[in-house]
Ligand binder design. Structure first.
Ligand code: GLN
Length: 457
């Protein structure tokens, strides 16, 4: 595993060339959809000449291909945007570039970030870094695998319902989903605007702190953004009170996942922290809430792909309705269409009260349950996923089974809370298992500091 520091002070050109060589050596994993070699080498030249300096000068990274970035198309792993060249770059990428980081490629995802395995990519799945017969997790499978394979020391992802945490846990890397609003979403293809967040994959917690600090902060182009990441904090007791969410530790959860989680709990206790069982009963309903609210927002956000403004346009249509219909039929994947249908249905006048409104009310109850726990506990803890990485194809014919993989990640998304996935060892077959730490709003820095203290031991 490499660290960001390993790349600093070396020839940026060598860094870029060796990252690209590693990407090519690992093509069979299909982590990347494109390389941005030409632009990367130009930027490397500028770093080596001293024209670009900064905290990440010459450090290569990749971005999930739903971030607008120069040097290659931004496809969102869809046919709709197959040839779409970004007219501007996302704020997150701009901020990293301002510190001298160099994007070397665009990483695979489930089309429009809809999915939990990267099998919904229009360009084929990414394979798990530890077992090529298994999924990478999703929807940010490409960035997670690129980090796990050491192609780059960090990679950007987006997390709407678990898309950073799940693939981080399946590939044994650190994944950060910050408090909603921490990093500007400007220039990132929208999925569900009330839960979309931008975060990072790294091989270690300290590197995640560095990248989050650079990317975060207020952006006038995204009115939901908050001020700095490392906010001045109330003094935090060095020994935290941590709640282990018991609904995440039932017999339905893989025994080795529970075992690794309990071992992590033991490490926390050995460091003097208190860990107690806590209950979040509404968790039983969070998938139902999520799979109403998110498709509703998806159906609205995807309405802009009409074949007129940008992206794919169907040929030969005779009427406007036919042009819209055929463009959207050809440009979207099955899972995109499913979500547009569900979203349109739950927002329709006849069903709005029964589904969408109910789900929003339940979401408020979830936030209240979290708030009540945070009156007594600093941090909540549990696994990231009920199982380690599943087999490619295992869940593709059964969307509900696929959605069940998200059961432990969607609660923090619906509540806008920071949540990170940290490696907690492997199972008997060598597959990584991740533990999830969930904090109060804006406690991101504290959450990472705790995770770092455990990692360093
Ligand atoms: N797997 C979840 C879903 O399919 C999460 C996706 C995401 O966070 N982008 O909605």
């Amino acid at each position: 595993m490499t660290f960001i520091a390993d790349y600093i002070g070396r020839s940026a050109r060598d860094n870029v060339l060796s990252a690209i060589a590693k990407a090519k050596d690992n093509e069979q994993y299909h982590a990347l959809l494109s390389l941005t070699q030409e632009r990367a080498l130009e930027r490397a030249g500028a770093v080596d000449r001293g024209d670009i300096t900064g905290k990440l000068a010459g450090v290569p990274f990749v971005v999930k291909d739903n971030f607008l970035a120069f040097g290659a198309p931004t496809t969102a792993a869809s046919k709709m945007l197959e040839h779409f060249n970004a007219p501007l770059q996302s704020t997150a990428v701009e901020k990293l570039e301002a510190e001298g980081a160099i994007c070397i490629g665009k990483a695979n995802l489930d089309a429009f970030a809809h999915g939990g395995s990267t099998e919904n990519s229009a360009y084929g799945p990414t394979k798990n870094a530890f077992d090529q017969t298994r999924v990478a997790g999703g929807s940010s499978g490409g960035p997670a695998v690129a980090t796990a394979l050491d192609i780059v020391p960090f990679a950007l992802g987006s997390d709407t319902g678990g898309s950073i945490r799940l693939p981080a846990s399946f590939n044994g890397v650190v994944g950060v989903k910050p408090t909603y609003g921490t990093v500007s979403r400007y220039g990132v293809v929208a999925m569900a605007s009330s839960t979309d967040t931008i975060g990072v994959f790294t091989t270690n917690v300290a590197d995640a702190e560095l990248v989050m600090d650079i990317m975060s902060g207020n952006d006038p182009k995204d009115m939901t953004t908050l001020a700095d990441f490392f906010i001045p904090k109330q003094t935090i007791e060095p020994k935290r009170k941590i709640g282990l969410i018991k609904e995440f530790m039932t017999d339905d959860v893989d025994p080795e996942v529970r075992q690794r989680t309990l071992e992590y709990v033991q490490r926390l206790r050995n460091d003097g922290h208190t860990v107690e069982d806590v209950s979040l009963p509404i968790v039983a309903h969070t998938l139902a809430m999520y799979y109403i609210i998110v498709p509703a927002e998806v159906s609205s956000n995807l309405a802009r792909y009409d074949g007129i403004r940008y992206g794919h346009r169907a040929q030969g249509a005779k009427t406007l309705a036919e042009l819209y219909g055929r463009t959207r039929d050809e440009g979207f994947e099955t899972e995109n269409k499913r979500r547009i249908m569900i979203g349109s249905y739950v927002l329709s006048s006849g069903y709005f009260d029964a589904y969408y409104l109910q789900a929003q009310k339940a979401r408020t109850l979830l936030i209240a349950e979290f708030n009540a726990l945070f009156e007594q506990y600093d941090i909540l803890l549990g696994p990231v996923s009920p199982t380690p990485a599943f087999k490619l194809g295992e869940n593709t014919s059964d969307p509900i089974k696929m959605y069940l993989a998200d059961i432990m990640t969607v609660p923090a998304s619906l509540a806008g809370l920071p949540a990170i996935s940290v490696p907690a060892g492997v199972n008997g077959s060598g597959l990584p298992i991740g533990v999830q730490l969930i904090g109060q709003r804006r406690s991101d820095a504290d959450l990472l500091a705790l995770a770092r203290s455990v990692e360093e031991k």
